[in-house]
Write a protein that binds this ligand. Structure first.
Ligand SMILES: Nc1ncnc2c1ncn2[C@@H]1O[C@H](COP(=O)(O)OP(=O)(O)OP(=O)(O)O)[C@@H](O)[C@H]1O
Length: 237
């Protein structure tokens, strides 16, 4: 029971399938505790992104319970889940999803425009939103002045990925979810990026759930989940 109290993510008898298809996920149980660094691995098509989308409340299950930070996402409507995600979850996507018409700083500050709670946490910790974004970018290796006011399209892929990480981390969300954010990088850059990401998650006490098909990254994490083992959906086993 103590584990459950401490759980940031709890999945119970979760089944998810696309309309008119067989279930792609059938997960009897998954508990992830606060402050864990979780690596989710599995072959292409095994449902890694789908699992992340369930945890983020982007999708809801056909059956079962998905609880995040003690909230039952499966029984809430999409507007509630959108607000919950904005307040509590930082997302890093494979394609980064930065807004091309905004500067680096504006992209990083964006989540705080949609969440009073994250805005308040960022401002409290760093004095102002702009200072929060500036500090985070510097921690992640994007130096001030030269780059911060630039449009994001004028950055390298590695730099864009760090901007995406700063955007996910601003306002210290309790949960950071990253979907293959290192796939465009060489292995040295992957390791350097991961070390920075984990250090920042430690500083903001965020739980990290990180998906990759690159098993060499496993050593950075406190918990490794294999979708082959976790997922009982028949066609994927
Ligand atoms: N929008 C969609 N509509 C229908 N089927 C989908 C959709 N998105 C994904 N799928 C299917 O769901 C299954 C799981 O996909 P998912 O993207 O979660 O896998 P993944 O493990 O993240 O793959 P990859 O490593 O290639 O990104 C796959 O069979 C995929 O074809």
């Amino acid at each position: 029971m103590d584990d459950m109290k401490n759980a940031v993510i709890e999945l119970d008898k979760v089944v998810f399938g696309w309309p008119e298809g067989q279930p792609v996920l059938d997960i009897p149980v998954l508990n992830i505790a606060a402050a864990e660094r979780v690596f989710v691995k599995g072959p292409s098509g095994s449902g890694k992104s789908t699992l992340l989308n369930l945890i983020a409340g982007i999708h809801t299950p056909l059956q079962g319970r998905v609880c995040v930070l003690g909230q039952a996402l499966h029984s809430q409507g999409s507007a509630w889940r959108d607000n919950f995600r904005a307040d509590h979850i930082g997302l890093i996507f494979q394609q980064f999803n930065l807004l091309p018409y905004l500067s680096v700083l504006e992209n990083v500050m964006l989540p705080c425009r949609f969440s009073v709670a994250r805005n308040a946490r960022a401002t409290e910790r760093y004095g102002s939103l702009e200072n929060a974004a500036t500090q985070l970018l510097e921690h992640l290796g994007i130096p001030r002045d030269s780059l911060h006011r630039r449009g994001v399209t004028r950055l390298s892929i590695g730099q864009q990925q760090r901007v995406a990480a700063a955007r996910a981390l601003i306002g210290s969300p309790e949960l950071v979810i990253a979907d293959e954010p290192t796939s465009a990088l060489d292995s040295d850059s992957r390791n350097a990026f991961l070390e920075l990401l984990i250090r920042e998650c430690d500083l903001s006490e965020s739980t990290l759930v990180f998906v990759s098909h690159d098993s060499s990254l496993e050593t950075h994490f406190s918990q490794v989940i294999s979708l082959r083992d976790l997922n009982h959906a028949k066609e994927l086993v």
